[in-house]
Design a protein around this ligand. Structure first.
Ligand code: SAH
Length: 362
């Protein structure tokens, strides 16, 4: 399982890179389109099955390249239809991806890293630390695998980069993954169906603002002041609220598009009426929508979910001040598939911690 395969990974190449790799081997450039259709439209992973390619090309693909695909180690279904997939990668590491049905769209929530370096105080994934970045093949691979397992290959679906990891902390692989997903000859996923969620790494946001491919943007804000946010999102000491807001004001948006601001609501920490008023003021000059996410509690997270009344009050204050606000309905909590609950037991945990999670985690 841990044997390193040095051949280039077909699944990690965007079409331009695949064309270059084919041409460098004296092969025809246009074959890249056919390969993209097989892999990303039809879900075929064995070149031998790519029946419109010449036999010699199929052999070359099989011998000179590999085509990595995550394997499904387990699949858990929540009472609300949400499904959590534990996927194993070529080096034996594991990640989680979540299918959220009928929101009203079908949505795949995918990971961009094994673990995460951001260490947000209320997020379980953050407790793992960063193990490694995912490759573009592994990011798109989650979408390929979920679409195949759920038989949604020919239906429309959304992709949210809200699983494990901070996508802008793995910028290049994430952007390659988006280019692969968007390619008209493959999955042809429109970027309006993709949302990238970030803590707001400013240099990477500046870069994203200049990309030709533009997914929807969600910023994990979580507090209206630097004092409060700094205690929840450690990277705030480097990229503070004022700089993030200023960047968002300049961020190129399509007509009618808005930036989503995510706000995890924590009892007694950031859920006061005054916090809501400050938040409304902070975002008043922006084309924004606010997504209030009541905390998904878990063992090891030192915060509590506010009462339903506190959640309602917070949302009401925002909307009374003209903000567009939604309260995220938590999905898959019973299988620990909800926001901030993705953690792969056994990677970075002692047996004692593992037992604690098993005993209290659900
Ligand atoms: N790293 C990215 C994307 C991953 S998390 C980011 O921070 O945006 C997706 C969202 O879930 C983020 O807004 C994150 O702050 C939120 N989240 C994390 N832990 C949570 C928890 N325990 N309950 C509710 N939401 C949580």
């Amino acid at each position: 399982m841990n044997v390193k395969d040095a051949r280039p990974d077909l699944a990690a190449l965007d079409r331009t890179a695949l064309e270059a790799a084919l041409v460098a081997r004296g092969l025809e450039r246009f074959r890249a389109r056919q390969i993209f259709a097989w892999v990303y439209r039809h879900g075929i992973v064995d070149p031998a099955a790519m029946s419109d390619l010449p036999a010699t090309l199929r052999t070359t693909l099989s011998t000179e390249f590999r085509l990595s695909t995550p394997t499904v180690s387990s699949r858990e279904r929540s009472a609300d239809g949400t499904e959590k997939f534990l996927l194993t990668l070529a080096d034996g590491r594991s990640i989680e991806s979540v299918f959220i049905p009928d929101t009203p769209a079908m949505t795949f929530c995918v990971s961009t890293q094994v673990g995460c370096a951001m260490a947000c105080a209320f997020c379980l994934t953050g407790k793992m630390g960063l193990v490694r970045n995912l490759t573009a093949a592994e990011i798109v691979g989650q979408v390929r695998v979920l679409a195949r397992e759920l038989r949604l290959q020919s239906s429309p679906f959304n992709v949210v980069l809200m699983g494990m990891g901070e996508p802008l902390h793995n910028y290049d692989e994430t952007m390659t993954a988006l280019r692969i997903m968007a390619d008209e000859h493959g999955m042809a996923l429109p970027m309006r169906r993709v949302t990238l969620s970030t803590v707001g790494l400013l240099p990477a946001l500046e870069k994203l603002a200049r990309e030709p491919l533009m997914p929807n943007l969600a910023i994990s804000l979580h507090a209206p002041t630097d004092g409060q946010r700094g205690r929840l999102v450690p990277i705030n000491s480097k990229y503070g609220i004022a700089d993030i807001i200023e960047m968002c004001k300049r961020f190129p948006l399509k007509r009618r598009a808005r930036i989503t601001f995510e706000y995890v609501l924590l009892a007694g920490v950031n859920d006061a009426a005054e916090d809501a008023r400050k938040l409304a003021r902070l975002l008043s000059g922006l084309k924004a929508k606010i997504n209030v996410i009541p905390l998904n509690a878990a063992a090891g997270i030192p915060f509590e979910r506010p009462s339903d009344e506190a959640i309602d009050r917070f949302a009401r204050i925002l909307s009374e001040r003209g903000a567009l606000v939604s309260v995220r309905k938590s999905r898959g909590r019973d299988i620990r598939a909800a926001c901030g609950q993705l953690i792969v037991e056994g990677q970075r945990q002692s047996p004692a911690q593992r037992l604690a999670v098993a005993a209290f985690g659900q």
